[in-house]
Design a protein around this ligand. Structure first.
Ligand code: PRP
Length: 212
C-alpha cells in the first residue's frame, strides 16, 4: 500500500490539525514528540505527515509532494493554486480586515491613491480592484504589519484579526471586513483520483467528527 502524505502548516493550526487527525483514527504519536523532525510516519495506516511553513502547503499539494494539506483559507486565497478544497474545518477561525486609525472610519473611499500595507497582496488586490473597484497602492510587508500606519508607511493595513488584541494595543481598529477565514482540508486532484477510496474515507470521518 502506498503512503498518503498530509502537509500540515506549522504554527497556530498545527496542534489543532494533529488533534483532528488523531480523532479521525490516524496514529499521530510521532507528531506529538517534541523533535525538530519534519517528516513523521503512521506505519499502521500508511500515512506520512510533513510539517511545512503555512505558505508552502499549497505548493506541496499542487505538485503532489503531499496528497492532502491542512491550511488556513488566507494562505489558499493568497496562493491561488488549483487544489480541490473539500472541508471547512472550522478551527483557526478569524477574519481578514482593513484596519487603521479610527479617525479614518467612514472616510476610506475619499482617500486618493490610498496606501495599503499587507502580507496578503493577492487578497488585498482582489478586494480593492474587484470588490471595491478602488485604485490603491499595495505595499508588501512580511510581518508586524500593524506598524505601517503608525510610522506613515501606509494609511491602512489588510491583515488577519483574531482576538483584536494586536490592533488595540497599537491604537488601530477594524474599518472594513474583507472575509472570514478558517482552516481548510485540501487535496491534490490527481491523488483524489488515484487514492479516492482512502482519501474519501478520511474526508467522511472528518465530516462526521465536525457534525458532533
Ligand atoms: C497575525 C496577524 C496579526 C495578529 C492578529 O500575526 O498578522 O498581527 O496575528 O492576532 P490578534 O487579533 O489575536 O492580535 P502573526 O502572529 O502571524 O505575526 P506576524 O504578522 O508578525 O507574522
Amino acid at each position: 500500500m502506498n503512503y498518503i502524505t498530509i502537509a500540515l502548516a506549522k504554527g497556530r493550526l498545527a496542534e489543532l490539525s494533529v488533534d483532528l487527525l488523531e480523532q479521525a483514527g490516524l496514529n499521530v504519536s510521532e507528531l506529538r514528540e517534541k523533535t525538530r523532525k519534519l517528516i513523521f510516519t503512521d506505519e499502521e495506516n500508511k500515512y506520512k505527515f510533513i510539517l511545512v511553513k503555512a505558505s508552502d502547503v499549497p505548493t506541496y499539494v499542487e505538485y503532489g509532494a503531499a496528497d492532502i494539506g491542512i491550511v488556513g483559507r488566507d494562505t489558499l486565497l493568497e496562493a491561488r493554486k488549483d487544489l480541490y478544497e473539500t472541508i471547512n474545518l472550522g478551527f483557526g477561525s478569524c477574519r481578514m480586515a482593513v484596519a487603521g486609525p479610527k479617525e479614518l472610519a467612514g472616510k476610506l473611499d475619499q482617500i486618493h491613491n490610498m496606501r495599503v500595507a499587507t502580507k496578503y497582496t493577492q487578497i488585498a488586490k482582489n478586494y480593492y480592484h474587484l470588490v471595491k473597484k478602488q485604485s490603491v497602492e499595495i505595499i508588501k510587508l512580511h510581518g508586524s504589519v500593524e506598524l505601517a500606519p503608525l510610522v506613515g508607511l501606509s494609511e491602512v493595513i489588510v491583515d488577519i484579526v483574531e482576538s483584536g488584541k494586536t490592533l488595540k494595543e497599537n491604537g488601530l481598529e477594524v474599518l472594513e471586513d474583507v472575509c472570514d477565514l478558517s482552516a481548510r482540508f485540501v487535496i491534490n486532484r490527481v491523488s483524489l483520483k488515484m487514492e479516492s477510496e482512502r482519501i474519501l474515507s478520511l474526508v467522511n470521518k472528518i465530516k462526521e467528527l465536525l457534525k458532533q
